[in-house]
Design a protein around this ligand. Structure first.
Ligand SMILES: C[S@@+](CC[C@H](N)C(=O)[O-])C[C@H]1O[C@@H](n2cnc3c(N)ncnc32)[C@H](O)[C@@H]1O
Length: 248
């Protein structure tokens, strides 16, 4: 098994990229059934919007937004496993999302929407990264950020370690786990609580306009009971629509 820490997710994600996209494309993937529809709803009408997708995977979500009318947009991902023919207004760059303002392809650019979809956890210094993203927002723009519910990792660790939910939720010990996408590759993540997350937003000068905890609709729950069982245990993701505080 190969393990990587948060500071060096790059190689692990280069190895994982193809497996992740294969899993995401399955008809019963939670990204397809729950996450992307909920993310898309928060984004709303994107006509003419310039979008920066940090940790964009293969760029498929950005391509869909371009088809829905988004303007010139950029995706950044360390994996570099990109769509071979992205739509004309979409540029895909291999790079680290930790300091977006310093990426050569992004210098001096600003955006109407900035996305961190299940990628914020890989920022080396989360507050620094959010501040840098905030500085790249156009007037009236917002950040869409999603993260796994921290309870999920606490439940997994409590089961593995024979401990309790509370002990694991508040533990400061990094968590190494095999991903469901490729059992030979493990990721190590910093643990976090809800307050860690909310305090990072505040420290970066952002306020939460909307928060959501999406779940399967009734039809999907009936069709994919194994996914409903997973959601019942691990809850899924959190979605935040973040706007800059004017006082910062
Ligand atoms: C869980 S996937 C999410 C992909 C995509 N945003 C989505 O919603 O389907 C996490 C993504 O973050 C990328 N990633 C991990 N560490 C990164 C880093 N330091 N800089 C840029 N991208 C990174 C991975 O390569 C992967 O594509």
């Amino acid at each position: 098994m190969v393990t990587r820490d948060t500071q060096d997710s790059s190689q692990a994600w280069r190895d994982l990229a193809a497996d992740y996209e294969r899993a995401r494309a399955r008809e019963d993937s939670l990204d397809r059934l729950v996450e992307w529809p909920a993310e898309r709803e928060v984004l709303g009408d994107v006509t003419g919007c310039s979008i920066l997708d940090l940790g964009c995977g293969n760029g498929g979500k950005l391509a869909e937004l371009a088809r829905d009318g988004a303007g010139a947009s950029v995706g950044v991902d360390v994996g570099g496993n990109f769509l071979t023919s992205p739509p004309p207004r979409v540029e895909l760059i291999r790079g680290d999302l930790s300091d977006p303002g310093s990426l050569p392809g992004l210098s001096g650019r600003t955006f109407d929407r900035i996305l961190f979809l299940q990628s914020f956890g890989y920022a080396k210094d989360p507050v620094h990264t959010l501040r840098a993203a905030r500085a790249m927002l156009n007037e009236g723009g917002f950040i869409l950020l999603t993260r796994t519910q921290p309870i999920r990792y606490a439940v997994e660790r409590a089961e593995q370690n024979g401990t309790t939910l509370g002990e694991e939720y508040f533990s400061k010990v990094d968590y190494t786990y095999r991903t469901g996408w490729n059992e030979h590759i493990a990721l190590t993540k910093r643990t976090y609580t809800m307050s860690d997350l909310l305090n990072a937003f505040s420290a970066a000068g952002l306020w939460i306009e909307t928060a959501a905890e999406p779940h399967l609709d009734e039809e999907a729950a009936r069709r994919y009971p194994h996914k409903q069982a997973w959601m019942n245990k691990y809850l899924g993701i959190l979605i935040f629509k973040l706007r800059p505080l004017t006082s910062h």
